[in-house]
Unconditional design. Structure first.
Length: 304
């Protein structure tokens, strides 16, 4: 009969996957790199299969390794939750908290983060800004902010606000290039594009009942840069109407193709669905929810 997997081997394997490096995993666990390598080798011997393909420059999971990682992450999370349930007699909130947020968060978010860190000094906070949607379980995150219409299964989602994306341009651009009347007119215009859930530039904008292909002339994953580009007459941008209100009211921007190029979106805070949510995760989620009304009121002008 095969020997049971040891927790040290399990922890070493998950840390290697999340750190994408034996050296970084060893550093984070505070053990020699050789120890991490031995634990991974023993784990693969126990299981009788290769989990990680190693080269001098990279680490990649095998199919078996990917499957085993998902189960290993659940097991380690369960152990962490079990420990947290015993420590609840201690009122101090502590733990390591990894948060993923989009790169376009309002300045009020920074104030909320600072206030949370000051109130909970025993929480080791990691805040990572990224365009892509991280896999909370696989990538080792506890909480994420998501701007999306749908949330994947296995996550709890608390809606912070709902908004509408609209197409806008400056009056000067419209006077020079003409206002598009139908979606096919976008082929004649300079379009200011974002990125689609990662590092790939957008190629489509939503229309009623589907999507329309758009040739971009300017790309950024920062919505404030795209808004600034629209204000400067560089083209048509498709952005959150909430941050555009001051410019629409002042006439610095005008909406184009209303009722044609539009989409509803919600911003939500998401975390893993589990029976026992660690106290530091719940505290952070509550802080984000408390911040939501401030976010809803903030138009957030683009600084020129």
């Amino acid at each position: 009969m095969n020997e049971p997997v040891e927790s040290a081997e399990l922890l070493a394997f998950t840390k290697i996957v999340e750190a994408k490096s034996l050296s970084r995993a060893a550093s984070e666990l505070g053990v020699p790199r050789a120890t991490i390598g031995r634990r991974l080798s023993r784990l693969e011997e126990r299981l009788g299969t290769r989990l990680v393909r190693r080269t001098t420059r990279s680490l990649t999971l095998t199919d078996a390794g990917d499957t085993f990682y998902r189960h290993a992450r659940v097991a380690l999370d369960a152990v962490r939750d079990a420990e947290a349930s015993i420590r609840r007699t201690d009122a101090t909130i502590r733990g390591e908290l990894r948060v993923s947020v989009p790169p376009t968060t309002e300045e009020s978010f920074f104030a909320m983060i600072g206030a949370f860190a000051k109130e909970h000094p025993n929480v080791r906070l990691h805040v990572h800004f990224a365009s892509r949607f991280v896999d909370l379980r696989r990538d080792g995150y506890d909480v994420a902010l998501r701007a999306a219409r749908d949330i994947e299964p296995g996550l709890v989602a608390r809606t912070l606000l709902r908004s509408k994306l609209i197409a806008v341009a400056s009056p000067e651009y419209v006077a020079e290039k003409g206002a598009p009347r139908r979606k096919s007119d976008l082929k004649k215009h300079r379009c200011l594009m974002g990125f689609a859930h990662g590092d790939l530039p957008q190629t489509h904008w939503p229309v009623s009942g589907g999507m329309v292909h758009v040739e971009g002339a300017f790309f950024s994953n920062n919505i404030r840069l795209l808004a600034d580009a629209a204000l400067r007459g560089l083209g048509i941008a498709f952005l959150d109407g909430r941050i555009l209100q001051p410019y629409l009211q002042s006439g610095a921007l005008v909406q184009v193709l209303p009722g044609i190029i539009e989409a509803n979106v919600r911003l939500a805070v998401v975390y893993l669905e589990r029976e026992l949510v660690p106290a530091h995760v719940r505290a952070f989620v509550n802080a984000v929810i408390a911040w939501a009304p401030v976010l809803g009121k903030a138009g957030g002008r683009v600084r020129r």
